[in-house]
Design a protein around this ligand. Sequence first.
Ligand SMILES: *[C@@H]1O[C@H](CO)[C@@H](O)[C@H](O)[C@H]1NC(C)=O
Ligand SMILES: *[C@@H]1O[C@H](CO)[C@@H](O)[C@H](O)[C@H]1NC(C)=O
Ligand SMILES: *[C@@H]1O[C@H](CO)[C@@H](O)[C@H](O)[C@H]1NC(C)=O
Ligand SMILES: *[C@@H]1O[C@H](CO)[C@@H](O)[C@H](O)[C@H]1NC(C)=O
Ligand SMILES: *[C@@H]1O[C@H](CO)[C@@H](O)[C@H](O)[C@H]1NC(C)=O
Length: 354
Amino acid sequence: MIPTLVACACLLPTLVAAQYQIVKSYEGSTFFDEWTFYDNFDNLTNGDVNYLSAKDAQTQNLAFINDAGRAVMKVDNSSTLKFPSKRNSIRIATQAQFTIGSLWVADMTHVPFGCSVWPAWWSSSPTWPDGGEIDTFEGVNQVTMNQMGLHSAPGCTHSNTSVQSSTLINSTDCSILANANEGCTVTNPTTKSYGAGFANAGGGVWVTEFAVKGISIWFFTRSSIPDSLQSNASTIDTSTLGIPVANWPADGCSPPDFFEPQYLIFDITLCGDYAGNSNSFYQTCTGVCYQDWVLGTPSNYDNAYFEVNYVRVYGEPGELTVISSDASPSHTADAVRVLSILAGLMTLLVMLVC
Ligand SMILES: *[C@@H]1O[C@H](CO)[C@@H](O)[C@H](O)[C@H]1NC(C)=O
Ligand SMILES: *[C@@H]1O[C@H](CO)[C@@H](O)[C@H](O)[C@H]1NC(C)=O
Ligand SMILES: *[C@@H]1O[C@H](CO)[C@@H](O)[C@H](O)[C@H]1NC(C)=O
Ligand SMILES: *[C@@H]1O[C@H](CO)[C@@H](O)[C@H](O)[C@H]1NC(C)=O
Ligand SMILES: *[C@@H]1O[C@H](CO)[C@@H](O)[C@H](O)[C@H]1NC(C)=O
């Protein structure tokens, strides 16, 4: 281990390696066991979908484990809809939340794409935007490259791109109040990171590191997955992963100041604030997003699915990085609220005493 770290430290003087240990895995027949299905129409991004409950998703075959043992999450591609119906889809979030000092790995063979389609593999704090959001994978319509980004309260910026391989920087202010909440986004330069290009390459693996020293994302196309991610390793040393494709170092955005424990989310919506906004839509598609695509032939959605080998989450050894499913997001938020009320009372008491 030591020689590797030294060799790496010489090659990449600015990259601080860290070792992580497995804390949770979502895969195989139990993949869907510890997620919450949103079970409501998309009232978050104004997309034209109904996100199903776990039960409906199962009976309608929109969330299932396929013959290859992979988890599939898809948009309904068999129903013909009439105005003003929305199309059925999936949005799931892990019941557990993961603290700073976590790293998550997702191996997929297919991601959703096509006109009107807006998928994401991302994380969020229940106290959005104060607790931050990390987008590992996102795209809309027929774009050909994956977009990564952070969204946060004002003050967090992508200040320094010295430790990332992508030179495609779209925006550097992570504040939800800047640039119509575009976030601080980076585009992955390879067309193997999205759409048909991703599927034709056999998919790939994303690694997201949520650390005190900053947030990093690595992407590996199927044929270049490093040895350290090939087997089901119980530990991951980030020095084996090379330079991340995107990195937001702490000097512009210190994670402890802008990020709280995150739950991990897969979702696929249609049209809505991003895919359906005319700037984005007409860059790669024609027609009218809802009328022509959502209400159009159901085969518009034959490619609107995630196919996932696994999601594995790692944590810093010796740290409590998993907030278990028993503490539901609202309870956690309540606890935070109670703590801050207590802190306020203490301050008041101190002021009175003095
Ligand atoms: C950019 O970040 C790296 C790694 O944290 C650091 O070594 C370097 O000094 C930073 N550069 C600037 C201009 O802040
Ligand atoms: C979305 O709908 C659900 C269920 O009715 C509700 O609990 C939630 O507050 C709504 N969210 C927003 C942002 O409107
Ligand atoms: C981000 O920048 C890249 C490279 O300039 C460009 O191809 C892509 O369309 C941009 N993405 C967005 C959402 O503007
Ligand atoms: C990978 O390891 C995890 C626990 O570390 C285990 O739950 C999972 O079943 C393993 N997967 C495979 C494919 O062996
Ligand atoms: C729907 O899409 C799947 C691939 O995701 C495909 O196998 C199927 O034939 C499509 N059509 C219908 C009617 O289900």
